[in-house]
Design a protein around this ligand. Sequence first.
Ligand code: ADP
Length: 413
Amino acid sequence: MSTTAAALLAAVAAALAALLVAAVLGRRARRVAVRLTARRTGAAAGPAGPGPSGGSWAALDAAADALADAHDRRGEALARERPWRLELVDAIVGPALLFDGEERLQAANAAGWDLTGLAPGTTGASLVQALGSTALAEAVRRVRADGEPLALDVERGQQELAATVSLVGDEALVVVVDRTRERRVEDVRRNFVVNASHELKTPVTAIQTLAEALEVTLRDDPRRAAALAKRLTGEAERLARLVTDLLDLRRLEERGPLERVPVDLAETVRRAVAEALPRAEARRLELDVDLPDAARIAGVPGDVEAIVTNLVSNAVKYNREGGRLEVRVAPGDGAQVLTVRDTGIGIPQQDLDRVFERFYRVDTARSRATGGTGLGLSIVRHAVERHGGSVRVESLLGEGTTVTVVLPIAAAA
Ligand code: ADP
């Protein structure tokens, strides 16, 4: 080979090497490597053939392949990096959001988008815009400054959230658990314990006082003692009713499949009416009971009995002297429909939704005076709902109340 040819070859080799280096650095690398391969193929097939310079071409060839492979691998890694982070966010149960160094929303999972109220994929929102909480935004800044993950509870409007903030590379990952429902349930339970204790305390205190008074009067004033003993019995009965209702509620809250057996709703109503008869007669109520011979459903006998006795008992208690009480059972659409109607005091419109709450009474004094526990209708609702049925109350103040219960004949599959 002449000196000129050797110099030319060296220059070409140097240029190719430079191009190869550029190729691994930039996105054009693959195209350049392909061009290089084409030239290389051309050169190999050219008139010079493998010749004395064949070794150099082979080395270049191997280097080009290695560089092209390296570029491919890096390209694949780069392509993988973003989805991997997104996959991480998607794999988190509950809302998860990623914010970049500028505190702008970069990604979120479905629950995260829900939490922000933004349309999925709308990136770029600020921390406060996305999370609606300055406390959470402040926490993200603190984590970015300290590099330490943080767990915190935040209120966001009506929501109670538990959040963790941590760094993933340059981005801040915010994972949120919505504890609103859980906290409400806790509140309801706490209130229930407070209310139940209060309700239990009333008859217990009365029993203690009456027992002391009885002790004093027993010898000297037998007539008064007899009256005290009667009141004492009344308070003990109230206490017993409360305990029974509380235990009923407890039983109704148990989860799991119901142990259903055939229950005759008509027969249950007949028994409940017979039991309420002395009280109904004492109030001179007119009774209108319309029942089929049998009205069988698949149910829990104790539940069905609780539904019927509570409704009939209310219709007697809240009726007016000489009023009317109607009880009907009729078949409906795959269900038996129980209707209990009275011509009593009625329920104010604004209380209609609340009468099913535990211990809710429209008129506490009246409920207590008639021996009410404030739990009857909540027991009814629980029992009806766990049978897959429904309960509806309609009422006109001063005119009367109608409660309609629909109980499916067969258990839902
Ligand atoms: P209570 O033991 O006090 O009767 P319930 O849970 O059965 O408790 O009922 C809740 C409240 O709803 C009662 O205190 C009463 O104010 C009202 N209520 C229930 N049934 C009737 C009815 N048939 N007529 C009028 N008011 C009713």
